[in-house]
Design a protein around this ligand. Structure first.
Ligand code: MG
Length: 298
């Protein structure tokens, strides 16, 4: 069965003098979400956020999404409808059409495979590989809020979190406008979205660029979550995933405003020649080891 498509293939119009961006992601029940924790709308929303955030990280514009779903036979139709509502609400907000897809029966849990197609003016995609020693490192928003909510659910398995009060985890916003403005202003030398955690995603930039980095612990914008709001720990802000904020580097001599496209921007460190990542905390320097984002697979 096809999904929202009338022909054998989708036909996409690409703006003139643009290049095509393509990103693909799996969302697996039990790995990326749990039905007892995540309402269907949140699963649909988060499914699309992953791809949109990748497009944002290149400074691109999203064009269309393609969704392939494998669903257990006993899944109520109302859950499928709510999943699509969550996904389509976010798609509508950013002018992305769901241009095709497929559904099949899953012998196990829910599997969602999403492909996002976007575009960027030719030669203007912001890559991970262009950070240079001396560039300053910036992040948007606050970090650790999504992982802290996840940790809470893991530790309090009998209680539920109100998705509206923990939107950072349940309904994260891709930073498309920020990515676009950074590209238009030519501010960022390199960029990545923080999907796997600051330490891991910064390590990707360092590796691709052949450089190192030094971060100031006190500068890292640590998220506040819950009501009343409490700051999450530095460890969660450094290593927790799925914040979908943008991390970017800026060459010396270019000034960055405190807010770009409505988002607060924080200077957290700089790129170095040595190929290590260092964290300076209260004057003490230690190596920052990327701690890959582990979903909830234990
Ligand atoms: Mg990414």
């Amino acid at each position: 069965m096809g999904l929202g498509i009338g022909d054998d293939c989708a036909v996409l119009a690409i703006p003139p003098r643009h290049q095509v961006l393509v990103t693909t992601d799996f969302m697996l029940e039990g790995i990326h979400f749990r039905r007892e924790w995540h309402p269907p709308e949140s699963i649909g929303h988060r499914c699309l956020t992953r791809g949109l955030s990748d497009i944002a990280a290149m400074g691109g514009e999203p064009l269309a999404a393609f969704l392939s779903l494998a669903l257990p036979r006993n899944l109520p139709q109302s859950s499928v409808d709510r999943f699509l509502t969550g996904l389509l609400n976010l798609a509508g907000k950013f002018g992305v059409s769901l241009a095709g897809g497929d559904t099949a029966e899953s012998p196990g849990g829910i599997l969602a495979d999403i492909v996002l197609v976007g575009s960027v003016p030719k030669g203007k995609a912001i890559l991970r590989s262009r950070a240079r020693p001396g560039d300053r490192i910036y992040v948007s928003g606050e970090l650790g809020g999504s992982a802290a909510a996840l940790r809470w659910m893991r530790e309090h398995s009998k209680r539920k979190l109100d998705p509206r009060a923990f939107a950072r985890h349940f309904f994260p916003e891709p930073r498309l406008q920020l990515g676009r403005v950074l590209r238009e202003k030519g501010l960022a030398s390199a960029m990545i979205d923080i999907s796997d955690g600051l330490s891991t995603d910064l390590a990707h930039v360092c590796e691709e660029s052949g450089v190192g980095a030094e971060l100031r612990a006190e500068a890292i914008p640590v998220a506040s979550i819950g009501k009343p709001a409490r700051k999450v720990g530095l460890h969660v802000a450094l290593h927790g995933g799925e914040d979908y904020e943008l991390l970017f580097t800026v060459p010396p001599g270019k000034s960055v405003p405190a807010r770009v496209a409505g988002m607060p921007i924080t200077h957290i460190g700089h790129i170095t020649r040595s190929k290590k990542m260092l964290l300076v905390e209260k004057g003490v320097v230690r190596e920052l080891i990327p701690q890959g984002w582990q979903h909830f697979t234990e």
